[in-house]
Design a protein around this ligand. Sequence first.
Ligand code: NAP
Length: 308
Amino acid sequence: MVHKVIIIGTGPAGLTAALYAGRANMSPVIFEGPQPGGQLTITTDVENYPGFPEGIMGPELMDLFRKQAQRFGADTISLMVDKVDFSSRPFKIWAGDNEYKTDTVIISTGASAKLLGLESEKRLMGYGVSACATCDAFFFKDKKVFVVGGGDSAMEEAVFLTKFASSVTIVHRRNEFRASKIMQDRALSNDKIDVLWNSEVIDLIGDESKGGLESVIIRDVKTKQDKEHQVDGLFLGIGHSPNSKLFKDYLDLDEKGYIITEPGTSKTSLEGVFASGDIQDQKYMQAITAAGSGCMAAIDAEHYLESI
Ligand code: NAP
């Protein structure tokens, strides 16, 4: 059997593509990745997704997306795609022991926020620890927060956080930032921001069932001295990596591994393969923009199917 469309990834982009493809009678098959529901499942309250004036929990929002897609016939398969072959048509996709054939593919595998790799960080994610200031800064009104990183993301997050937090400390592992000068200047000239140079976060203290993060242990990389700092929030601004490894032999990627799409569309460098969400967006990275681009991908795939 040759499917009309296979969608890879079940974040807001993939599930919106599935909803639109389902309603267009394309009987979409959609594969989950290692993090079903995508990055929203590692946040708690989502207050900036329109239509939920009281906010909604990230996992609950993604559950609603999934139910809505399934209502229109999307077949959600809880398997990881291990391999693809886009060298001939129909395209081939392998998941578990099964091979699937399809005329079109929508890639919505997202990007993953880089994490420090601490066990305590995983446990406290959404409970004081966040990898998205745009999503979570609002919960830190008049609180003391730390931001890890020295690139543009960390500067941007730190400046954004000053609109809410009482103080923002940037923790950076070296003695100079890699961020652009303008972004550094903006951060360093802000009265609410200070910097701990040559410093690494080595552990987080707190209990997710009792108010979450309480403090962070910071090591001075030069003196090797550790110090505990009381904080209400810790934001990771150490970059993202696109989940594009499976596709690198078939599609044009940029130097960081993001899939290149034709501006204003979801078309990749290979006809019949479309990309939506964070896998092709390093700028907006929001659930609502991912959902919008998932809608575009389903419409682009539908038009392509009509043309072959
Ligand atoms: P980035 O430029 O790769 O910077 C990552 C930062 O995190 C670096 O300072 C790095 O330290 C630090 N870091 C990485 N892993 C770490 C670890 N395990 N522990 C501690 N620190 C760690 O990433 P980005 O800031 O996300 O920027 C990505 C791209 O998007 C850049 O091209 C940037 O210009 C662009 N961007 C632009 C804007 C804007 O213009 N508005 C906003 C955001 C992003 P080292 O410096 O020591 O390596």
